[in-house]
Design a protein around this ligand. Structure first.
Ligand SMILES: NC(=O)C1=CN([C@@H]2O[C@H](COP(=O)(O)OP(=O)(O)OC[C@H]3O[C@@H](n4cnc5c(N)ncnc54)[C@H](OP(=O)(O)O)[C@@H]3O)[C@@H](O)[C@H]2O)C=CC1
Ligand SMILES: CC(=O)[C@@H](O)[C@H](O)COP(=O)(O)O
Ligand SMILES: [Mn+2]
Length: 380
């Protein structure tokens, strides 16, 4: 049995991971689970999966649940997440949202745990620190993000082969056919209507601005050791081809399937085996009968260009890109700024940032905090 810890078990990825585990009885044992504020769902998860350790964002929630479950050790806050991350397991799934996933992932790697990574912000902000730790500690870094899982699967058995480019597919989100002039009027409700995937709120807004693809480009650079010029972003509205690799001989391998995150989650949790997942199979005479690809419009998707700029500059620039984006997306969801202010605000933060060449973990956390404070004060 694989011992699994899930950071963020109450979220979109976390709940789907537990459903994959349910569909494969006898293969997994839950070691630790963590939640933010959804204690109702967390209570049910603890009852069902009986983790040894559980963590809540707030101390008072952990204290209340500790009364109900005397056999479970409860911890809380950022320190609690770190405790859960180092607690004994075979594989840790990081399904947290945002940069708060970085330190726990780092600690889990140092503790020798294999990582199943959904939390792309970890690699965007701390790619060098994380990948160096992965190498030094000899652990596996298994991508959960659907595109990176696809690329990972295409590279299986081909790791030493020369590649021409990575093909990173994007749905294009709800505004892929919109003119740039209309975007200022976009409301959170409109931006939260993803055409193909049901996901957490932050990543859904990132998909609408295509910052998600920018973050994924940086994630791919760290996971697969490629540069910005080696990655081609393709808008593929059907979300059937989940990404691919073109090799030196111009042969293209892609991974296809229904848009269901249980598939890449199962690839990571089951690796190197293949697990069972329940649901519809890909219909080649239906959803997959017409597959189309096109270039993103840079006037509509300014965030994608900003991510490319930060990726090319490297060093601390992706930290700033990510921190500013997290703050501005939340501000947009809270109706404090317009949709188009997200790109404007990120651009301003990148313009004024003095780049640090190779930031250590502490410096990354400082730059992240400073960027958040500056971005917040630029909104008010
Ligand atoms: N959803 C998807 O299909 C995909 C997601 N990803 C990536 O996976 C990651 C998770 O995304 P998703 O599952 O959609 O996000 P969700 O918002 O659905 O879930 C986030 C999880 O993090 C927890 N959390 C939030 N704030 C805190 C906090 N302050 N302290 C501790 N825990 C906290 C939430 O707890 P609670 O709900 O209890 O408050 C929840 O368990 C992101 O990095 C995303 O980009 C990548 C590919 C696809
Ligand atoms: C499911 C997944 O991996 C998401 O990251 C997805 O890619 C979002 O859709 P977009 O392609 O619209 O960003
Ligand atoms: Mn993705």
């Amino acid at each position: 049995m694989k011992k699994v810890t899930i950071l963020g078990s109450t979220g979109s990825i976390g709940t789907q991971a537990l459903s994959v585990i349910d569909d494969n009885p006898g293969l997994f044992q839950i070691e630790a689970l963590t939640c933010g504020r959804n204690t109702e769902l967390f209570r049910r998860q603890i009852e069902r999966y009986k983790p040894r350790l559980a963590c809540c964002e707030r101390r008072e929630d952990a204290a209340e649940l500790a009364w109900e479950f005397p056999g479970v050790s409860f911890v809380s806050g950022a320190e609690g997440l770190e405790e859960a991350a180092v607690s004994d397991c075979d594989i840790l799934l990081n399904a947290l949202m945002g940069m708060r996933g970085l330190v726990p992932t780092y600690r889990a790697i140092i503790a020798g745990h294999d990582i199943a990574l959904a939390n792309k912000e970890t690699l965007v902000a701390g790619g060098a620190v994380i990948m160096n730790a992965v190498e030094e500690n000899g652990v596996a870094m298994l991508p959960v993000d659907s595109e990176h899982s696809a690329i990972f699967q295409c590279l299986e058995g081909n790791r030493d082969k020369k590649i021409r480019r990575i093909l990173l597919t994007a749905s294009g989100g709800p505004f892929r056919d919109w003119p740039a002039e209309k975007l200022a009027d976009v409301t959170p409700e409109m931006a939260l209507q993803h055409p193909n995937w049901s996901m957490g709120r932050k990543i859904t807004i990132d998909s609408a601005t295509m910052m998600n693809k920018g973050l994924e480009m940086i994630e791919a650079m760290w996971l697969f050791g490629v540069g910005t010029d080696d990655i081609q972003v393709l808008i593929h509205p059907q979300s059937v081809v989940h990404s691919g690799v073109e090799f030196a001989d111009r042969s293209v391998l892609t991974q296809m399937g229904v848009p269901d995150m249980k598939i890449p989650i199962s690839v990571a949790l089951g690796y190197p085996d293949r697990l069972e997942t329940k649901g519809e199979a890909l219909d080649f005479f239906g959803a997959a009968s017409e597959l189309t690809f096109r270039r993103p419009n840079p006037r509509v998707f300014r965030c994608l260009d900003l991510a490319v700029r930060a990726a090319r500059a490297g060093g601390s620039c992706p930290v700033v890109l990510n921190a500013a984006n997290e703050v501005l997306v939340q501000a947009f969801l809270d109706r404090r700024i317009r949709f188009t202010d997200i790109a404007d605000g990120i651009e301003r933060m990148l313009d004024r940032h003095e780049r640090v060449e190779e930031p250590e973990l502490e410096e990354i956390l400082e730059i992240d905090g400073e960027t958040r404070r500056e971005t917040e004060s630029s909104i008010c």
